[in-house]
Design a protein around this ligand. Structure first.
Ligand SMILES: [Zn+2]
Length: 308
């Protein structure tokens, strides 16, 4: 019998990634493009290009709330063009499975990454928004795990999800940029003022880390404040799930020494001592690039049981 493959798809707010993955977890070939265009057309084309003999099916991880049975994206705040779309429209004859993108990333980490040694962990994706996936007793827990939308402030800012005071309004890349811009508008003294040829409305999270690592007070304060809120979110997850590990992924872990360190301090202060002591808080081994496509492929290759 020849090698079995799956096509793993990761549709995020910024990029669409489609890969041919072998049953050993090797990425044989990968196509990456922006998810801003016609996602369905790009996906169909990529699957046709990567298809070959031995492909057992297509696993799809997509940002948003899903109806798994009808393979429909119910709501996707960071990918509005996909809301209401069903992957059944693609008309593929191969078996297909859909899952939330952060859940797929958790499965990818469990299979080939930082989660290999843990049977119980929470993955948090720290980017424009904050997503989550939960591995329980070695299996993906089939719940929404929208950790970025846990309410942490009674009267907070409005979130793209429609609610007020969600974690991602305080701890995500979007929140960090908004906090920096607000302080600059009020006249705060910072090297960020010189960024982007003086147009500080264009600053990126990377500009903020760079300034923070160079000792800029505003950049450091903004990252530490976001880290403190992230720590509240992590403490909530630890108290609820008592995981062995919390695995963090996404662009923001580039600022580990300031933002994540602050989060770890805050989580240690807030979570039950008996629960937080043994918990490892560690970075993803696969990064945002491959965790989602590997996890999506695992849904097919392992006929992955999702515990519901
Ligand atoms: Zn929200």
């Amino acid at each position: 019998m020849g090698t079995r493959y799956a096509i793993g798809v990761d549709i995020g707010g910024t990029n669409l990634r489609v890969a041919l993955v072998s049953e050993e977890g090797r990425i044989i070939d990968k196509i990456k493009m922006p998810s801003s265009g016609d996602v369905m057309a790009s996906l169909r084309e990529a699957v046709e290009r990567l298809g070959r003999e031995g492909v057992a099916g297509i696993g799809i991880g997509v940002a948003g709330l899903l109806d798994r049975g009808s393979m429909t994206v119910l709501k996707s705040p960071n990918l509005p063009s996909m809301s209401g779309k069903s992957f059944k429209e693609l008309g593929f004859t191969l078996p297909m499975v859909v899952e939330n993108d952060a859940n797929a990333a958790a499965l990818g980490e469990r299979w080939m990454g930082a989660g290999r040694e843990y049977r119980n962990f929470v993955l948090m994706t720290l980017g424009t928004g904050i997503g989550g996936g939960i591995i329980h007793r070695g299996e993906l827990l089939g719940v929404a795990a929208e950790v970025g939308h846990m309410s942490i402030s009674a009267d907070g800012e409005k979130c793209p999800c429609g609610n007020y005071g969600c974690l991602e309004n305080y701890a995500s890349a979007r929140a960090i940029i908004e906090a920096a811009v607000k302080a600059l508008e009020k006249g705060a003294n910072s090297m960020l003022r010189e960024c982007c040829m003086g147009n500080y409305y264009k600053i990126s999270p990377e500009d903020i880390y760079r300034a923070a690592f160079e000792g800029d007070g505003l950049a450091r304060d903004v990252l530490k404040e976001a880290g403190r809120y992230l720590g509240i979110g992590i403490a909530n997850m630890i108290n609820m799930m008592s995981p062995e590990a919390v695995i963090l992924t996404g662009g923001l872990i580039g600022a580990w020494d300031i933002y994540i360190k602050e989060a770890i301090r805050e989580a240690s202060r807030r979570a039950f001592a008996g629960l937080v002591e043994g918990v490892k808080i560690l970075p993803s081994a696969l990064g945002g690039e491959d965790a989602g496509i590997l996890g999506a492929a695992a849904l097919i290759l392992h006929e992955e049981k999702v515990s519901v």
